[in-house]
Write a protein that binds this ligand. Structure first.
Ligand SMILES: C[S@@+](CC[C@H](N)C(=O)[O-])C[C@H]1O[C@@H](n2cnc3c(N)ncnc32)[C@H](O)[C@@H]1O
Length: 206
């Protein structure tokens, strides 16, 4: 990899200002974000297929970040960057508003116990945050094997006034995430939904 290229794992400084995505990739391009990118099977495959698109993975497990970075480097994928941090922090503090073309939220931790439901990623606040970070017409793709999580989370997306349902994203076999492969091998099928961001409405009184 060219030593003058920006690093694959983006350094985060305390009190970071919002990042400038085009500078992080060393070029302009549509930005797609894999939220909880895990072991990176989807991110790596997608980046190889769409070299003109900039792909950002957000993941809090350092070992997973390092492994994906090593694989991206070995494969010569110049269009992958990784943030080793919390998803909400990354979206709130690091990504500029209206910067993202697509969010992929695949197999987020389901937190099955009722007393842990508040830890689930997808809730009304998070949906508003996704909308704020999306470019107009941008898309969110959600998939989970967990029926109960899907039944709680999908209406928040599909019925939100900020989004319009669209055709669910079905990955090609080589793009299936590591968790999708794991669950498919156990006979568990994916529940999927996708939505497109509506144009922001101007609050009354402004
Ligand atoms: C169940 S795994 C799914 C990984 C991948 N999307 C897949 O389908 O194979 C969830 C991933 O999200 C990461 N994760 C969960 N909550 C997170 C958070 N708040 N911030 C950053 N990463 C998170 C976990 O470390 C884990 O790698």
């Amino acid at each position: 990899m060219n030593p003058s290229c920006p690093p694959i794992v983006i350094p985060i400084r305390p009190q970071s200002a919002p990042l400038a995505p085009d500078a992080l990739f060393g070029r302009p391009g549509p930005l797609e974000v894999d939220v909880g990118s895990g072991k990176g099977r989807f991110l790596l495959a997608r980046a190889a297929t769409f070299p003109a698109t900039n792909f950002l993975g957000i993941e809090r497990q350092r070992r997973r970040i390092d492994k994906v970075a090593a694989k991206a480097s070995r494969a010569g994928l110049a269009n992958i960057r990784l943030l080793h941090t919390e998803i909400r922090f990354a979206l709130e503090m690091l990504l500029p508003d209206q910067a993202v073309k697509t969010f992929y939220i695949f197999y987020p931790d389901p937190w099955p116990k009722r007393r842990h439901h508040s830890r689930r990623l997808i809730n009304p606040d998070f949906i508003r945050l996704l909308h704020r970070k999306l470019a107009p017409g941008g898309t969110v793709h959600f998939a989970t094997d967990h029926r109960d999580y899907f039944e709680a989370a999908s209406p928040l997306l599909l019925c939100s006034p900020q989004f319009t349902p669209c055709t669910p994203f079905i990955p090609s076999p080589d793009e299936q995430t590591d968790f999708e492969q794991l669950f498919a091998a156990q006979g568990k099928h994916a529940n999927r939904c996708s939505v497109t961001a509506n144009a922001a409405t101007i609050p009354a009184g402004r």
